[in-house]
Design a protein. Structure first.
Length: 376
């Protein structure tokens, strides 16, 4: 205990005296990562100590919140996460060594409580993906274990819209909508946001995406927004399940970008929907190769489905990104280098990551001297 306190005091002193502008960018990147791991390990140790203090009557949630400079809710979550992690040995060890954060551990132990055995796979996701990717995978695992009809009823009963006036006098709010309603709404909003942002940037407007999303939202609500040509919601359902009326273990029936739905929801939507068939063998989608830059409609459909095993939509392939909006299809082997427009040679990347990939390709001499597109 005395050694830990001494080391903590020494680290605080060293951190307070650190002057980043005296060091190179490479040095700062290294120390930033080292300190990030240290922060995660220290937060876990602090939470373990707090659990023991509370058990011994030497503190409570309010005390921990004051000590952490956080809210009572955050303090309560830290205590419950550390307590639950004690029953998940692999997560507990990763937490203690700073491999995962308290927030990541919380997602893992919650999923493990519902789906025993999910811990190991989720830990792998936590170390190779960002927090958003881990949270999405944990949600997929948990919702996949639920009865679809029961989940559908609970989602419908939980729908809500709340609004209030914030400290700046702005009208603020939040909403919770079932997937069949919420997914087309946010997909249309994202498409309108991207259109508005592109147009604004051509005129020199560099406002944040959130500002353009607000404009798009107002346009949609006033009825002046333009609808996108692409589908606003995509259902995936195994043919056998659709014919049978319910799913068996391992069969898919979900909304891309959301989660599982009853087969009956897909059947009702199919009455007025465009139906497309994708043939897969569990590991690969069988589609076409095109020698040119244009992506045929069939290939674009296959790419938009995402991972062939899950068919849960495309996501940026760069580690730690996990963005699902504003994606662009990048040729792994550039067309200028002889790359073909095929399923195996196309990957989804967000705008900034696509630009960086193009820069790397040009520096590697794969673009034949062509100029990179303007950033953004």
């Amino acid at each position: 205990m005395s050694r830990l306190r001494a080391v903590a005091a020494e680290l605080r002193t060293a951190a307070s005296e650190f002057e980043a502008d005296r060091w190179s960018g490479a040095d700062c990147a290294v120390i930033a990562e080292e300190l990030a791991v240290t922060v995660k390990a220290c937060a876990a140790a602090s939470a373990r100590a707090a659990v023991r203090a509370v058990e011994c009557g030497k503190g409570d949630v309010e005390w921990l919140a004051r000590a952490n400079g956080s809210t009572p809710c955050a303090a309560r979550e830290a205590l419950s996460t550390v307590s639950a992690a004690a029953g998940c040995p692999a997560t507990n060890e990763a937490l203690a060594h700073g491999v995962v954060s308290l927030a990541q551990a919380r997602e893992i132990v919650r999923a493990e409580a519902v789906v025993p055995g999910a811990e190991v796979a989720l830990l792998d996701v936590a170390t190779t993906s960002g927090f958003a990717g881990l949270r999405a995978e944990a949600r997929r695992v948990v919702l996949g274990a639920r009865d679809r009809d029961e989940l559908h009823r609970e989602q419908h009963a939980s729908r809500s819209v709340r609004h209030w006036i914030d400290e700046l006098g702005m009208v603020a709010g939040n909403f919770r909508l079932p997937p069949a309603v919420g997914v087309p709404f946010v997909n249309r909003l994202d498409a309108a946001t991207d259109r508005g942002r592109r147009a604004a940037r051509r005129g020199g407007n560099t406002e944040a995406r959130d500002a353009h999303a607000a404009d798009a939202f107002v346009g949609m609500m006033s009825g002046t927004g333009k609808r996108a040509a692409r589908a606003e919601i995509v259902y995936v359902c195994d043919l056998a399940a659709a014919a049978r009326g319910h799913t068996h273990a391992g069969e898919l029936c979900h909304v891309i970008g959301a989660g599982p739905v009853p087969v009956e929801v897909v059947r009702c939507a199919a009455v007025s929907a465009s139906v497309k068939v994708a043939v897969r063998d569990g590991k690969q989608l069988h589609t076409i190769t095109h020698y040119g830059r244009r992506i045929p409609a069939e290939l674009r459909t296959a790419l938009a489905l995402g991972d062939p095993e899950r068919l849960d939509g495309a996501v940026c392939v760069e580690d730690g990104c996990d963005r699902r909006y504003g994606l662009e299809w990048d040729h792994v082997d550039p067309v200028a280098n002889g790359g073909v427009t095929s399923y195996d040679n196309l990957q989804a990347r967000c705008g900034p990551d696509h630009w960086d990939k193009t820069e790397r390709d040009r520096q590697a001499g794969l673009l034949g001297g062509s100029r990179a597109p303007p950033r953004g």
